[in-house]
Write a protein that binds this ligand. Structure first.
Ligand code: DX5
Ligand code: ZN
Length: 238
C-alpha cells in the first residue's frame, strides 16, 4: 500500500514537485523472533509495503543476527517484497544464497565492497534488485559512479548494528545530494533511510528526498502496528 500526494514541498535545497511515494519497511530486528511468521503477517496486514531484514555477521558490525534460512522462512510467511540489508564482510560470498532464499532486494555496504560495480552486477545476475548502503561517515560520492547501475541507495541514519538508536540529522544533506543526482539523471532509483525513523524524524527524511523508510522500534514496540504505520505515513507529510 502506498500513499502519494500532489502538493509540492520545499526544503532548503530540494523542491519536490512530483508525486512521491512513501514506502514503509518494518525491520524485523525489533520483532519477536519467537513468533517471526506471525509478526511478519501482522505488519503486512497493518499496511507495510516491504519487510526489511537485517543480516549481521559480528565482524562488519558488532552484532550477529540471521542468515538465509530465516530469510526463506520470512519469504514463506508473506508475499511482500523482502528488502535484505547485508551488514557483513565480503557480502559477495552470500549473494546467491540470499537471492535463492527469496530476497527481492539485496543491499550491500559500500565500505565492505572494494569492487562495488562487480558486486552490484552480481546481485542483479542472481535475480535480485541491487541496493548500495552508506554508513554515516561515508559520503554520497562513494556511490556516484554506480548510481546508474543500482535500484536503490540506502542512507544509514544511525551507525549500523542495533535497533533503537537515535536518528543522525546531519545525514539529511547527503539524502538531498543523492535525490538531486537521481532527479538530474532521471534515474529510477529508490532512496531509503534506515535508523531512528520515528514520527518525529520521518518528515525531515521525506523532505530531503527519501522514499523508503525502514522502521523497527517505531512499529514493533507499539501495540497497534496499523496505527504505527499510519502515523509514520502521516508524519512524513505533516
Ligand atoms: C540497524 C538496522 C536497522 C534497525 C533499525 O543496523 O539496519 O534496520 O533495525 O531500527 P530502528 O528503526 O529501531 O532504528
Ligand atoms: Zn537495516
Amino acid at each position: 500500500m502506498t500513499m502519494s500526494r500532489t502538493m509540492s514541498r520545499t526544503t532548503s535545497t530540494t523542491t519536490r514537485t512530483t508525486e512521491a511515494e512513501i514506502l514503509i519497511a518494518p525491520s524485523i530486528l525489533a520483532s519477536d523472533f519467537g513468533r517471526l511468521a506471525e509478526e511478519v503477517q501482522a505488519v503486512a496486514r497493518a499496511g507495510a509495503d516491504w519487510i526489511h531484514v537485517d543480516v549481521m555477521d559480528g565482524h562488519f558490525v558488532p552484532n550477529i543476527t540471521i542468515g538465509p534460512p530465516i530469510v526463506a522462512a520470512v519469504q514463506r510467511a508473506t508475499s511482500l517484497p523482502l528488502d535484505v540489508h547485508l551488514m557483513i564482510e565480503k557480502p559477495e560470498r552470500y549473494i546467491q544464497d540470499f537471492a535463492d532464499a527469496g530476497a527481492t532486494t539485496i543491499g550491500v555496504h559500500v565500505e565492505a565492497c572494494p569492487h562495488l560495480h562487480r558486486t552490484v552486477a552480481q546481485i542483479r545476475e542472481a535475480g535480485a534488485l541491487a541496493s548500495v548502503t552508506l554508513n554515516p561517515s561515508t559520503p554520497a560520492t562513494a556511490v556516484e559512479e554506480v548510481l546508474g547501475d543500482v535500484d536503490q541507495v540506502l542512507v544509514m541514519t544511525v551507525n549500523p548494528g542495533f535497533g533503537g538508536q537515535t536518528f543522525i540529522a546531519s545525514m539529511l544533506p547527503k539524502i538531498e545530494t543523492l535525490r538531486g543526482w537521481i532527479r538530474e539523471r532521471k534515474l529510477q532509483v529508490r532512496l531509503e533511510v534506515d535508523g531512528g525513523i520515528t514520527t518525529k524524524t520521518i518528515g525531515s527524511a521525506y523532505a530531503a528526498g527519501a522514499d523508503v523508510f525502514v522502521a523497527g522500534t517505531a512499529i514493533f514496540a507499539k501495540k497497534d502496528y496499523a496505527a504505527a504505520i499510519r502515523d509514520l505515513r502521516q508524519a512524513a507529510i505533516d
